[in-house]
Design a protein around this ligand. Structure first.
Ligand SMILES: [Zn+2]
Length: 163
């Protein structure tokens, strides 16, 4: 994906208020991120471990999501698979919950999906990050097809947040 600025990321959030988008944590080292190898940029808030965010370019515009991780107890040490990139980790996947956009979100509705807890799906797919032994699914898909599938999975999740 192409590199985004702090401002572009903040204005791309679909499921939080403008005030929240202005205040939330965005990494300061954006210029050093491996954008060419990213299908989306995901990050955690180091000051608030239950918060995570991601931004992707879908339909040619950046769309960003605010996510919550509802505590480690339910997933820790359990091996599960990321629903975006289909990488399996031991303890490296967690439930991410996104408040739904607009009125539904204000009423407390949210949607959840299991994702790589560091949101580095793009790097696992490209072999730039290792998820541990025995975690690669034996598949005949090319990298390009896996990237397309991951992007489609993310677009589907985003649609559930915004519909
Ligand atoms: Zn993943």
């Amino acid at each position: 994906m192409k590199q985004l600025t702090d401002q572009e990321i903040r204005s791309a959030f679909v499921n939080c208020t403008k005030g929240q988008a202005k205040r939330l944590f965005v990494p300061r080292d954006l210029a050093d991120r491996p954008w060419a190898d990213l299908d989306f940029l995901g990050w955690r808030d180091p000051g608030a471990p239950d918060r995570a965010y991601l931004v992707a370019e879908l339909d040619d515009r950046p769309r960003a999501l605010a996510l919550r991780t509802p505590g480690p107890a339910s997933w820790q040490a359990r091996r599960s698979m990321c629903s975006l990139c289909l990488t399996a980790h031991t303890g490296g996947v967690c439930l991410m919950v996104a408040p739904r956009a607009g009125r539904a979100g204000q009423q407390g509705n949210s949607v959840g999906a299991y994702m790589c807890s560091d949101l580095s799906c793009s790097l696992y797919l490209r072999g730039r990050k290792d998820a541990g032994p025995g975690t690669r699914l034996q598949e005949s898909l090319s990298l390009e097809e896996k990237i397309r599938r991951t992007t489609a999975n993310l677009a589907a999740f985003l649609a559930r947040v915004t519909e």
